[in-house]
Design a protein around this ligand. Sequence first.
Ligand SMILES: NC(=O)c1ccc[n+]([C@@H]2O[C@H](COP(=O)([O-])OP(=O)(O)OC[C@H]3O[C@@H](n4cnc5c(N)ncnc54)[C@H](O)[C@@H]3O)[C@@H](O)[C@H]2O)c1
Ligand SMILES: O=P(O)(O)OC[C@H](O)CO
Length: 383
Amino acid sequence: MPPLEGETATTTHHSNAGNNGGIDGNKSRVTVVGSGSWGSVAAKLIASNILNITSFHDELKMWVFEETLQSGEKLTDAINRTNENVKYLPGIKLGNNVVADPDLDNAVKDANMLVFVTPHQFIDHICKSLVGKLRSDVEAISLIKGMEVKIEGPCLISTFISEQLGINCSVLMGANLANEIAEEKFSEATVGYRDNREIAEQWVQLFSTPYFMVTPVKDVEGVELCGTLKNVVAIAAGFVDGLAMGNNTKAAIMRLGLREMRDFSKLLFSSVEDNTFYESCGVADVITTCFGGRNRKVAEAFAKNGGKRSFDELEVEILQGQKLQGVSTAREVYEVLRHQGWLESFPLFATVHEICISHLPPSAIVNYSKRKPILPLSEVSAH
Ligand SMILES: NC(=O)c1ccc[n+]([C@@H]2O[C@H](COP(=O)([O-])OP(=O)(O)OC[C@H]3O[C@@H](n4cnc5c(N)ncnc54)[C@H](O)[C@@H]3O)[C@@H](O)[C@H]2O)c1
Ligand SMILES: O=P(O)(O)OC[C@H](O)CO
C-alpha cells in the first residue's frame, strides 16, 4: 500500500493527534471508511465528539477513495489542506482532528470502531480487501443504505460486513440529508443493534450532537431495511414529480411505499417490529427522501425526459460523482420478489424497477391495473 498522502499537511494542524502513543495506547480509535457527502458528515459529527470523550483518541481517520481533482490536486491532499471535502461536501469544515487517508489498510489498522459509509456497490470489494487486516476487538456500524443479493438470497450490508470480516456490525439510518446535517440543522437518526445495548449506546454517544438526536432500537434488520427500501420509494416519488402528478398522488405513493417496506421487511425477517417504521429510519426518512433526496431528483429528470435518457447518464450529469442507490436497490428487490413469487404483492416496488429498465413508461407508477391488488401480508407466504 502507498504511504499516507497528505501527511505533512495533516500533522501541522493535529498537535494532539498521534503524538502521545504511550498515554493513548489503550484509547479507542475511530475510522470512517468512505468520504462521500454522508461519510464526510459522519466524520464531522464523530470528530466533534471524540475530542470530549477521554476514552477516545483525538484523531479520526477517514478513508478516501482517491481521485484527482480538476485542479490536478489529489482529493486527500485537498481535504487535509483545507479541512473540507472540497468535492463531496464543499464549504463545511470537518474538524481539525479529521485525517484523510487514501490507504485503506493504513486507515483501519489501529481502529477498534469502524464506520462503513460508502455507496453499497463498493462494499464487496472493500470488505474483501480488509479480510485479516483488522484489530480483533473491532466493532462496526454501517450507514450504507442498500443491499446485496446473493444466489442464496438477499443479504443486508451489515450482515455482509459481519460475515466477511467476522465482526459485529450495527447500523445507523434516518431522515438524514447530508447537506442539511452538515449545516447543523436539527435532525434525528436511529441506531439499529442486535443484542449488545452497551455497544449501541457507544455509537449513540459518538454520533449525537445537539442538532443530531440518535435513538437506539433493537431491530437491526428493520432499521437497515427501512434505510435500504426507502430509496425505491424515492424513485417512485421522483417519477410522480417529473410527471407533475401533484401532492395527493405523491402522498399515496409514499403511503403505499411505506406499506411495502414494512411488508417486505417482515416477510424477510419475522423479528422486524412495526414500531421501527415510526422511527426516524422509517416514516421520517421516506418523507425527507421523497422531497429532498438525490434519488428523487434523478428520477424526476428521468420521467421529465420520458424515460429516454438512462439513469446512469442522468446520475453522472446531475450528481457529479455522488451515487444513486435506489435504481440498483429496486433491481435487487425485484430479484428477491421474483425468486420468492411475491411480485404481485409488491406492485410499487415491481413497477419502479420495470420503469427503471424501460419495460414500462414512467406514467405506470400509478397504474397497477395489470397487477393484482396488494394481498394482505397474512396471505403472502415465503416459498
Ligand atoms: N448523502 C446523503 O445524504 C446520505 C444520507 C444518509 C445515507 N447515505 C448513504 O451513505 C452511503 C454513502 O453515500 P454518500 O452520500 O456518502 O456518497 P456520495 O454519493 O456522496 O459519494 C460517492 C462516494 O463513492 C466513492 N467512490 C466512487 N467510486 C468508488 C469505488 N470504486 N470504491 C469506493 N468508493 C468509491 C466516492 O469517492 C465518494 O466518496 C450510501 O449508501 C448512501 O445511501 C447518504
Ligand atoms: O439523497 P438520497 O436520495 O440518497 O437520500 C439521502 C438520505 O438517505 C436521506 O435520508
